[in-house]
Design a binder for this molecule. Structure first.
Ligand code: SF4
Length: 110
């Protein structure tokens, strides 16, 4: 009786283990789902354009996202480093456009 009980216990443990595996698989699946969303976002191309004539050299863009923007060392006006950033930088690009006090950063998505 005790051995049967032990076997049942092992069976339960195995069942729990199997459930964990299923949960892990679900987690991976959810991650893959997010990956699909990222791939969908990646399919959307974001293009940044800047207007140095409108730029008032505040430096918010370069200070916020130095991978995308820099400032001209002489004039302080914006220098665009990456006009088509990777999806991982799209949010930062949007933030920079919002922060720009001169409206010198334009984003186009297609
Ligand atoms: S945030 Fe706007 S005004 Fe400031 S440097 Fe960048 S583009 Fe120019």
């Amino acid at each position: 009786m005790s051995e049967v009980s032990d076997v049942s216990g092992i069976g339960d443990v195995n069942g729990t283990s199997d459930m964990s595996d299923v949960n892990r698989t679900s987690g991976v699946s959810e991650t893959n789902g997010m990956g699909d969303a990222s791939r969908a976002a990646a399919a959307r191309r974001l293009t940044i354009t800047v207007d140095p004539d409108a730029c008032c050299a505040m430096g918010r863009c370069a200070g916020t996202e130095p991978e995308l923007f820099d400032q001209d060392p002489d004039t302080g006006t914006v220098v665009l480093l990456d006009p088509t950033p990777a999806p991982a930088r799209h949010a930062a690009a949007r933030l920079c456009a919002e922060l720009c006090p001169c409206g010198a950063i334009t984003l186009t998505e297609d």
